[in-house]
Design a protein around this ligand. Structure first.
Ligand code: 5GP
Length: 173
């Protein structure tokens, strides 16, 4: 148990170790490629910052933002708030997500990116909720599996707070 009644799931050290492992896999798969790394704001910004710095291959970074959660509850509707700033036609794309929960956001984004005719799209997600095993094959590079709780920290928020926590955890109720 950490400060402020937050139960720790993964420490800062465990996260960095896992990111280095993922980076080695990604480097191997994208050797010689002109890779565009696409972060999904806001939640993925911390993971993406550490991931691109761990990668020993050239990358270009871009971001998009979608909204589907309102006060920690899924609204069920995914809305694009802003899109990429560069074309990705015939380009390799690595989509970087914070967490795949219902998979609605990921499915929406994959469809959206595919419509831009990239060369290939792969998905890196820091977390995935084990409640939805059918979604696991959609994730090419997975950080950790988490139980079905609302997790916070390392980019993930609760009503806008806690994104700066260096670890991943959940509020103890
Ligand atoms: P999905 O569309 O897969 O249900 O949800 C994806 C988005 O919802 C994530 O990118 C994240 O922003 C938010 N989300 C889903 N589950 C959690 C959670 O446990 N904690 C936090 N902080 N955000 C979550």
């Amino acid at each position: 148990m950490g400060p402020n009644g937050i139960k720790h799931l993964y420490t800062a050290e465990q996260i960095q170790t896992r990111i280095r492992e993922l980076a080695r896999e990604i480097e191997r798969d994208f050797q010689g490629s002109d890779l565009v790394v696409v972060g999904v704001l806001k939640g993925a910004f911390v993971f993406m910052a550490d991931l691109v710095r761990a990668l020993n291959i050239p990358t270009r970074c871009d971001f998009l933002r979608v909204q589907s959660y309102d006060r920690d509850r899924s609204t069920g509707v995914v809305r694009m708030e802003f899109d990429l700033t560069q074309p990705i036609t015939d380009t390799d794309v690595l989509l970087v997500e914070d967490i795949v929960d219902s998979g609605r956001t990921l499915r929406y984004l994959l469809k959206h990116l595919q419509s831009k005719r990239p060369r290939r799209v792969r998905v890196a997600s820091l977390l995935y909720k084990e409640l939805n095993p059918e979604l696991r094959p959609l994730i090419d590079y997975l950080g950790f599996t988490v139980p079905n709780v609302y997790v916070i920290g390392y980019g993930l928020d609760s009503q806008g707070r806690h994104r700066g926590l260096p670890f991943i955890g959940y509020p103890k109720s």
